[in-house]
Design a protein around this ligand. Structure first.
Ligand code: FPP
Length: 253
């Protein structure tokens, strides 16, 4: 139940749970959360940032090394301009309010997505955050911003095609690893779990390539309500999944 403490104080966080190496999150439902409370959609996004801050803390506490969150999709441009600029400002405010705390907590930040079409000052901010946290060795927080998976794959294909055209790459050398290395997520492990809040059950152009063997966990809560108890429930669900990666799994042995 929301708000309940997740674990007894005598139990180490995550004891008995399988801890995913990489969690991806589609933080859905900010607007509905706000509407249900008679608030503006933008207030839902503000609460969404608080839930994100909490999730970063839980990942650190429970020892999850990689977290990727979907914070603005390339399709979100179709929202009213006021809401789009609000979310953009939210990224700026998040950096302003949280960068020092992230650095103190040894968090490395990576921002993935198209930089084209973003304001020059925002691109500078993104580069600055990445540079300032580059040497950190704790949690890697990947923020998918102006991100769309199909566009990511197209960009990778173009890059490889250019390498071939320039005579630097033989088409027969193109394999999954090379294509994976041409994606924004180069160097990151694929997500073990993808969480989507708010009851929707789709990927919405998030990490399509990388999610080939991810476990999907759909939760009914709206994103601002996602707390430590929700997080632990996801870990429990993941622990109980039998991941087979195309094989027959342990249950069949
Ligand atoms: C989905 O809710 C949420 C978004 C599109 C924006 C997500 C942004 C945050 C959670 C804040 C963190 C952001 C940054 C930049 C660090 P929705 O608006 O789609 O909700 P609805 O489906 O109920 O309308």
């Amino acid at each position: 139940m929301a708000g309940e403490p997740a674990a007894s104080v005598n139990v180490a966080p995550g004891a008995g749970l399988k801890i995913p190496r990489h969690i991806g999150v589609i933080m859905d439902g900010n607007g509905r959360w706000a509407k249900q409370r008679g608030k503006r959609r933008t207030e839902g996004h503000v609460e969404g940032v608080k839930a994100l801050r909490g999730l970063v803390e839980h990942c650190i506490t429970y020892g999850v090394p990689y977290l990727t969150v979907f914070s603005f999709s390339s399709e979100n441009w179709s929202r009213p301009p006021d809401e789009v600029s609000f979310i953009f400002n939210l990224l700026r405010r998040f950096v302003a309010s949280d960068l020092q705390r992230l650095i103190r907590n040894n968090v490395r930040v990576r921002i993935i997505g198209a930089r084209e079409g973003l304001d020059h000052s925002l691109v500078k901010l993104i580069e600055d955050v990445e540079a300032k946290t580059e040497g950190n060795t704790g949690l890697t927080l990947v923020v998918a911003f102006n991100y769309g998976a199909k566009a990511e794959i197209v960009a990778a294909a173009r890059h490889l095609a250019r390498e071939v055209a320039a005579g630097r790459l033989d088409p027969d050398e193109i394999d999954e690893q090379r294509l994976g290395n041409a994606l924004y997520t180069a160097g990151l492990p694929d997500p073990d779990v993808i969480i989507r809040t708010s009851g929707e059950q789709r990927l919405s152009n998030f990490l399509l390539w990388q999610a080939a063997y991810s476990e999907f966990v759909f939760v009914d809560e709206h994103w601002p309500d996602f707390n430590e108890a929700s997080f632990v429930r996801v870990l429990e669900t993941f622990t109980n999944r039998d991941r087979r990666f195309g094989g027959i799994g342990t249950a069949a042995l």
